[in-house]
Design a protein around this ligand. Structure first.
Ligand SMILES: [Zn+2]
Length: 216
């Protein structure tokens, strides 16, 4: 592990009041309430944070009543080898056609790098036309037997009535990661270190995601 020093890529969004939030909705803006006691000099703050703001993990309970919650997940599924796939040339959506051109195998954790990395997520203004994982792409990933998929937008799908991409993935226990910053990450093989908070009963959690050259 010693030689990882300086090689870790932090692909998580800073949590600030003016960060990009889904559809620019006010209630999704985080607020750090700094509680300082002037008498003792001690600070103990409260963070008001919507669980789907910033870089986060979604699990089945998000859309499937009675589905698995975030605390039930095995961290071995998120501290894991992963593959960053470059789809920056795609304008609208990632479908089975584009995915078939890449090597995707059982138990892969796939991170989709799209044009979003250069637009929506970095400029503090939500891009309604973000590139997303289309339903046929989700079905293909499930067939390949992947354990997780992440994307560089605050949603993994848009404009699909009934949220089929989420549901196809959740019904097959595929972990979804949203809000990744992949601008400076090249396509390739990495080891991912991601640990969502252990919140029993929650359908999502903020997560710090780090990528290193592949070591496991
Ligand atoms: Zn979410």
């Amino acid at each position: 592990m010693d030689d990882l020093k300086g090689k870790l890529l932090d692909v998580s969004m800073p949590i600030t009041r003016d960060m990009t939030v889904y559809k620019n909705r006010e209630e999704k803006r985080p607020q750090l309430e700094v509680l300082s006691n002037p008498r003792t000099g001690v600070t103990e703050s409260v963070l008001h944070l919507y669980l789907h703001t910033g870089t986060h993990v979604d699990v089945p309970l998000h859309m499937i009543p009675g589905g698995d919650d975030i605390a039930g997940y095995n961290l071995n599924d998120m501290v894991t080898p992963c593959k960053v796939l470059d789809f920056t040339g795609i304008q609208e959506m990632v479908t089975i056609t584009e995915l078939k051109e890449k090597e995707i195998e059982k138990d892969d954790f796939i991170l989709l790098k799209t044009g979003n990395s250069f637009r929506s997520i970095h400029n503090n203004i939500f891009n309604y036309d973000f590139v997303y994982l289309e339903k046929s792409g989700a079905e293909y990933l499930v067939r390949q037997g992947i354990k997780g998929v992440g994307i560089d937008s605050l949603g993994i799908e848009r404009n699909q009535p009934g949220h089929p991409t989420h549901k196809i993935l959740f019904n097959n226990k595929v972990i979804i990661m949203e809000g990744l910053l992949l601008k400076d990450v090249k396509e390739g093989l990495y080891t991912m270190f991601a640990a969502p908070l252990k919140i029993p009963g929650a359908e999502a959690s903020p997560v710090r995601v780090l990528l290193s050259p592949r070591i496991i």
